[in-house]
Ligand binder design. Sequence first.
Ligand code: FES
Length: 121
Amino acid sequence: MYTDKVMEIFSTPKNVGELKDANGIGNVGNASCGDIMKIFLRIENNIIQDVSFLTFGCAAAIASSSAATEIIKGMTVENALKVTNKQVVEALGGLPQQKIHCSVLVEQAIKAAIADYKTRL
Ligand code: FES
């Protein structure tokens, strides 16, 4: 059901764990599947200097989280806000239709983490 890329990223995900000096944290969940995703950002001078995630969810959610952290690392806050779940799906070489919501969850988590960052300014 999953592409080789999804399985590869799922087995060796990048940027896993809590970022101790995060200044933006986004916590989202999907009520229907029960999966939970947390994104940690360290933003300095409007640039995402570091990013990590903790995801309690399916393989697609974990692979989406890892791919998304790699996409947004080094981006400006404005550009990270424009990242869509479609870009995440592309980075994974596709997701099954019933797993698209896993990539939507990470888009929501990034937006939530940036919103949290903005409340701290
Ligand atoms: Fe819900 Fe993957 S099944 S996030």
